[in-house]
Design a protein around this ligand. Structure first.
Ligand code: FAD
Length: 473
């Protein structure tokens, strides 16, 4: 096992894509086997050393950033143990890079749908955050694709959790050996959600670990469910003159029954400005919709017929592999360019990641438009509109602007939570969104999460300050 102690070797583990700068650690363990993971965990538990689990570092809420103690990086646990074509299952280690995994599956005509747009993420980070990506409109987030995990706990055990094995009883208790875990009394919203510990009557223990942001243990192995390789696909991007027609367009796509896209994404005018340096042909317009679907003549025709009703200023459509890849790049470039800009202006990311139930989305979208219309602080609004989930990123340049953004943030969160929504649909809570999680589940809900953590991680070493503040433990 490699152990890194030099400051220069550690620096890389003190950051992720959040721009949080308070990271510090004494050393980084890079284990190569499950036994080594177990040894590190046991040692840290014995000595009371906080341990932060680190994967690809693409997270946006500082969850893998340590605030002291040690880091356990899963980067060398990158074995794909088996791919079972018949059962459509793969068993692999947490350090497998999503991009490598997808390429390996391609050779087997299989596919893992819930990967995040940033493919340098690891499978461990994917499960640790319940990520969802460009195809989640059709296939949903990570949770449903995780069949079994092995987890190294601070008690020294390796817990093997297969879906269906540990279920909550009517009183909300999950019995695991001598341990009884009482699930929270709140119910997670039945929409795309990555905020806090999952909770639902009769829930499965595995769902508590999925999205737990490294606070309960180290996932050392996972068995995930696969689907057949996707058919050939095409992308259509339409540039629209009027923002007001976006909701009509959405309604028609969702309820006409004529089309069933894989992806349905939105870009506002300001997002398109962030792409203009890479794609100078972007026309002057209010917004754009990005759609990916199966490349069959009748499907393509249905889309062309549908989009024409909305009088687009311009329409881009992929006609071959090269143009398809260019449009994939169009989609991927936006978060990359935004993160680059945040770094350049040395600003902390202020990013809303809210989703609400379908019926409440028009009202939330209207509120977003009102916030934009104030013209107070530069921002971009984009993302997974098909799932009633948009990323609203602000770029405050001074304290005054920052104060305004934080007040606006709170106002929007209050509205979303009141509408049965979530404060984080995909990025998680990490170290940046404790306050908003409390607005969602109340003090009692947060205290219930802390109680679960103490039950599963009695030495309280894992992922401190992720999801809720350490002082609650
Ligand atoms: C450009 C860009 C685009 C993005 N697009 C998306 C998107 O489309 N959808 C989306 O959901 N997210 C997206 N993200 C966020 C990020 O990619 C995801 O959250 C991803 O799942 C994080 O994986 P990672 O390997 O980088 O994890 P890290 O950032 O290293 O860690 C994330 C969390 O998982 C925990 N963790 C990691 N491995 C383990 C393990 N083995 N056991 C226990 N806990 C573990 C860590 O402790 C930490 O709490 C994007 C980020 C960027 C920069």
């Amino acid at each position: 096992m490699i152990v890194k102690r030099e400051k220069s070797q550690i620096l890389n583990y003190l950051e992720d894509s959040s721009n949080l700068t308070s990271g510090e650690a004494d050393l980084v363990y890079v284990p190569e086997t499950e036994d080594e993971v177990k040894g590190v965990v046991r040692d840290c538990a014995d000595k009371g050393i906080p341990l932060t689990v680190s994967a690809g570092g693409t997270g946006t809420v500082g969850a893998r950033i340590p605030l002291g103690g040690a880091v356990l990086s899963v980067e060398r646990l990158k074995g794909i143990f088996s791919i079972d074509k018949k059962r459509k299952r793969a068993t692999l280690q947490p350090g497998v890079v999503i991009d490598d995994f997808l390429r390996t599956l391609e050779n087997e005509a299989l596919f893992y749908p819930p990967f995040p747009t940033e493919r340098s993420a690891f499978i461990g980070g994917n499960i640790g955050t319940n990520a969802s990506g460009e195809y989640s409109y059709r296939f949903g987030p990570t949770r449903a694709y995780v069949h079994r995990i092995k987890v190294a706990l601070s008690t020294g055990e390796i817990l093997d959790i297969e879906r269906g094995r540990y279920l909550a009883d009517k009183e909300g208790h999950i019995k695991v050996g001598d341990r009884v875990v009482k699930i929270p009394s709140y119910k997670s919203p039945s929409i795309k959600n990555a905020a806090g510990y999952f909770s639902k009557p009769g829930m499965d223990l595995i769902d508590l670990f999925i999205g737990s942001e490294g606070t309960l243990g180290v996932i050392t192995e996972a068995e995930v469910t696969l689907i057949p390789a996707l058919p050939p696909r095409f992308i259509i991007v339409i540039f629209l003159p009027q923002e007001s027609r976006i909701l009509d367009f959405l309604r028609e796509v969702k309820w006409s029954g004529e089309v069933h896209p894989f992806s349905l994404e939105y870009f506002d005018r300001d997002s398109l400005e962030f792409l203009r340096k890479d794609f100078p042909r972007i026309p002057d317009c209010e917004s754009a919709m990005y759609i990916e679907d199966e490349e069959r003549e009748e499907v393509v025709d249905s889309w062309i017929e549908l989009v024409e009703k909305y009088n687009p200023i311009d329409t881009w459509i992929s006609v071959d592999k090269k143009s398809y890849e260019t449009l994939v790049e169009f989609r991927h470039k936006l978060p990359e360019n935004i993160n680059e800009y945040f770094r350049k202006i040395n600003s902390h990311k202020v990013a809303l990641d809210i989703a609400v139930p379908e019926a409440q989305f028009p009202e939330l979208f209207q509120l977003y438009q009102e916030v934009k219309a104030t013209g107070r602080v530069s921002n971009v609004l984009f993302g997974h509109i098909g799932e009633n989930h948009l990323h609203f990123n602000f770029f405050p340049q001074d304290e005054d602007e920052r104060r305004w953004v934080m007040e606006t943030y709170e106002q929007v969160v209050r509205k979303a939570v009141g509408a049965g929504g979530t404060v984080s649909a995909e990025h998680g809570i990490g170290k940046l969104k404790h306050k908003y999680l409390e607005m969602m589940y109340g003090r009692e809900g947060i205290a219930e999460m802390a109680r679960i953590k103490r039950e599963i991680d009695p030495f309280c070493i894992f992922g401190l300050n992720n999801i809720f503040p350490e002082n609650l433990l």
